[in-house]
Design a binder for this molecule. Structure first.
Ligand code: AMP
Length: 131
């Protein structure tokens, strides 16, 4: 069975896409902990990030860096935080989160629903900065 992220990659489920290349995709987390919270996902469905081979993992991280640079430009913040959890969706992914204080990285706080128009506007502004 394919993961929800594979369904997004296949175009079967919509997403707020911010970047893509032949091996990776990045889209906004549907339930963001901070504005601009982005998931970076390899198109090859692998459950656990540390089961990726060295080359694949290196390329994945370099792609995530390009997405982080776009986020830095599009979202006012001090840094882009990066974390891996993977307990909910068994398809490797990196969370990139624009942060100003450490608490902006907290996954266990209440996550208010974000307006769809705002999500699309954020995705569009990040996508414009992606090179
Ligand atoms: P985890 O697997 O623990 O890293 O968490 C999975 C993350 O994926 C959570 O932050 C969810 O909000 C996010 N998520 C789940 N389904 C979707 C989706 N269809 N589109 C975007 N983000 C999603």
């Amino acid at each position: 069975m394919s993961s929800i992220f594979s369904k997004i990659i296949a175009g079967e489920i919509p997403c707020y896409k911010v970047a893509e290349d032949d091996k990776h995709i990045a889209f906004l987390d549907i339930n963001p902990v901070a504005p601009g919270h982005t998931l970076v996902v390899p198109k090859r469905e692998v459950s656990y990030i540390f089961d990726m081979d060295d080359q694949e993992l290196a390329e994945f991280n370099v792609f995530a860096k390009r997405v982080a640079k776009a986020l830095e430009k599009a979202i006012p913040c001090k840094r882009i935080g990066m974390t891996v959890i993977g307990l909910e969706v068994p398809h490797a992914h990196i969370h990139l989160i624009p942060i100003n204080v450490e608490a902006d990285m907290a996954f266990n706080k209440e996550r208010p629903e974000v307006d769809k128009t705002l999500m699309q506007a954020i995705a569009t502004s990040v996508a414009k900065e992606f090179v």
